[in-house]
Design a binder for this molecule. Structure first.
Ligand SMILES: Cc1cc2nc3c(=O)[nH]c(=O)nc-3n(C[C@H](O)[C@H](O)[C@H](O)COP(=O)(O)OP(=O)(O)OC[C@H]3O[C@@H](n4cnc5c(N)ncnc54)[C@H](O)[C@@H]3O)c2cc1C
Length: 573
């Protein structure tokens, strides 16, 4: 029997976006709006805590930075696919967010004179990466949580695994989930939902993401059939993943002056981005690195992970210890290598989902009582390529905006939407009679491994039609094999085997969406670079991809890009 709990508002995910939304709702309603906070891991363990390098904001306009400059950098970084009205709103709200965190006690790194310090970051033409050494996300999470606990109007559902977003009569009606401690179906009902469930970074094997980042919220929104996923073919490869683990070596390494070198010791970026060099955007540097490796100037690495060098040795011990302590610690612990003395082996690594759940500028989806914020969302802020530090900033800004919007919605005294018993029973049957009892011959973890290998191999930094089509066939075959899995654990209590199976099912759906979109987009733009269509094609492809679920397949549709100030021009760095 399902257990039911009701709140005014549910926040699905407690990373930076979810916590910021919760703080906004708490302080605006002075603790009157009752919230449920759902996280499949302990609240503070969201991937946001791993963010290293910084958060973007124009803090010093008197010294030469400006909103226009931050906007232009983001527009150009996006390869002109971002919506410019969204960018404009974003850049104006970033400073407020960082100053609020400052008031709430975050230990920002500071200049000698006490002002908040900022460092350079890729694609930004002004140093506007605001940081707490290289532990920015962790400090932001901690500060938001400390601020939230002043209020008592929330219930934590830690380690509760959401399984479906239930939409009835065009409205959000409930979040189905499993209480791990009892193994019961837990139906969380509310008048409004904010999805803050993060990206889908573990679609790939070589990734910077925590194993928990499996795109669950994206898959659930997609399966409602009422909300499309947008621009999912744009997946960011970060240039510097540590070989062989994939752990992120923050762009802050290059922001602090680090170099990239090939096997001949050359700073090869002068061939690809002569002006910006190591501080060009991620898509451009990742392509340059793969080209260097393919042309034989890489260094042989374990498991086929050929690499280049990230060289910090000229920065000196003091700078590395003060500004990049985590980087040094990770290199020493994982490789026994001290970056003060030796260069770090790195290669491009799957990092960020530019696409996500379609939403308008207020974070509202096509289901009027569902909002979305953070990496799960596609407000069309990043277009075809995100600039570093714009993501934590996005989480804060749309945490704030969606929190505010939901408060306004609550003032209209909405009723609790109805939820049919049939929908609850169907979910219970799906989880506990179908999935949990699967007794086939396939090991779900083999399927996950093969899926990730497929994505690594077929949907990488460079793509082409044949490879993508072959990748899609492999994913479809894996999807069929998934019907025939066997779960080793049939118990109800804390069944991580079941949770993993559900995550793998989500990844399979998202892989299909991504590749379908990538195959259709016959151009190269930002993070989507095709060898068979090497040019950007504004005449035909200056548009957003929308993916709808249609039976077992994906139906593609397109929407227009909002261009206000900047007409697309050639993108050079
Ligand atoms: C290593 C690393 C470093 C980064 N560094 C930077 C940086 O310096 N600057 C920057 O701007 N960006 C950075 N990024 C990107 C940025 O950190 C993320 O995009 C951002 O933190 C995502 O936050 P979020 O709140 O959207 O989601 P997350 O922090 O990923 O949180 C997702 C939440 O959803 C919950 N959830 C998901 N599925 C379920 C489910 N089925 N049931 C219940 N709960 C669920 C999770 O438990 C979690 O609470 C970095 C990313 C990584 C991986």
């Amino acid at each position: 029997m399902a257990v039911e709990r009701t709140h005014d508002v549910l926040i699905f995910g407690t990373g930076l976006a979810g916590l910021r939304a919760a703080v906004e709702i708490a302080r605006r309603s002075e603790g009157k709006i009752d919230m449920g906070l759902v996280s499949k891991v302990q609240l503070m363990r969201a991937h946001s805590g791993a963010a290293e390098g910084g958060t973007a904001a124009v803090l010093y306009p008197e010294e030469g930075d400006s909103f226009d400059l931050h906007s232009w950098d983001t527009v150009k970084g996006s390869d002109f696919l971002a919506d410019q009205d969204v960018i404009d709103r974003f850049v104006h709200l970033c400073p407020q967010e960082l100053l609020l965190l400052d008031h709430w006690g975050i230990p920002w790194s500071r200049y000698e004179d006490g002002r908040i310090q900022q460092r350079p970051f890729g694609g930004h033409s002004y140093p506007r990466a605001t940081m707490a050494a290289d532990k920015t996300g962790f400090m932001e999470m901690q500060t938001l949580y400390d601020t939230l606990v002043q209020w008592k109007n929330f219930t934590r559902y830690d380690e509760v695994f959401a399984t479906a977003i239930l939409v009835e009569d065009g409205k959000f009606a409930g979040l189905a989930s499993i209480d791990p401690f009892t193994g019961e179906l837990l139906i969380l009902r509310a008048k409004a939902l904010i999805i803050c469930s993060g990206g889908a970074g573990t679609l790939y094997g070589f990734t910077t993401y925590a194993q928990t980042v499996s795109g669950d919220g994206l898959a659930y929104a997609y399966r409602t059939g009422a909300i499309p996923l947008e621009d999912m073919e744009f997946l960011q490869f970060h240039p510097t993943g540590l070989v062989p683990s994939g752990i992120l070596m923050t762009e802050g390494c290059r922001g602090e002056g680090g170099y990239l070198r090939n096997s001949e010791g050359e700073r090869f970026l002068d061939k690809y981005a002569p002006e910006k060099m190591e501080l060009a955007p991620r898509d451009i540097i990742s392509r340059a690195m793969i080209t260097e490796i393919l042309e034989g100037r890489g260094i042989e690495g374990p498991g086929g992970l050929d690499h280049l060098w990230l060289d910090l040795t000229h920065l000196g011990a003091d700078k590395i210890n003060r500004r990049l302590p985590t980087i040094r610690e990770v290199c020493m612990k994982f490789l026994g290598l001290d970056p003060i003395l030796k260069p770090i082996p790195v290669r491009p690594v799957a990092h960020y989902s530019m696409g996500g759940i379609e939403a308008d500028i207020n974070g509202q989806t096509r289901v009027p009582n569902i909002w979305v914020a953070g990496e799960a969302a596609c407000h069309s802020l990043h277009g075809a390529n995100r600039l570093g530090t714009n993501s934590t900033a996005e989480c804060l800004v749309w945490g704030f905006i969606t929190g505010e919007e939901v408060c306004k919605f609550m003032e209209t005294n909405p009723e609790l939407p109805g939820l049919s018993e049939a929908a609850v029973q169907a979910e219970e049957k799906r989880l506990f009679e179908d999935m949990l009892q699967r007794d086939g011959t396939e090991n779900p973890y083999d399927i996950r491994r093969e899926l990730r290998a497929t994505m690594d191999q077929h949907v990488g930094v460079y793509r082409d039609g044949e490879e993508l089509a072959a990748g899609l066939e492999k994913v479809k075959a894996l999807r069929q094999r998934f019907d025939n899995i066997k779960l080793e654990d049939r118990g109800r209590v804390y069944n991580t085997n079941l949770f993993h199976a559900l995550e793998i099912e989500n990844l399979l759906d998202l892989a299909q969406v991504m590749i379908t979109g990538a195959l259709a987009r016959t151009e190269s733009r930002g993070g989507h670079s095709r060898r068979d269509y090497t040019e950007r094609d504004d005449d035909n492809w200056l548009k957003h991809t929308l993916a709808w679920k249609e039976g077992d397949g994906v139906k593609l549709d397109y929407s227009s890009v909002t261009i206000t100030k900047w007409k697309p021009v050639e993108r050079k760095y």
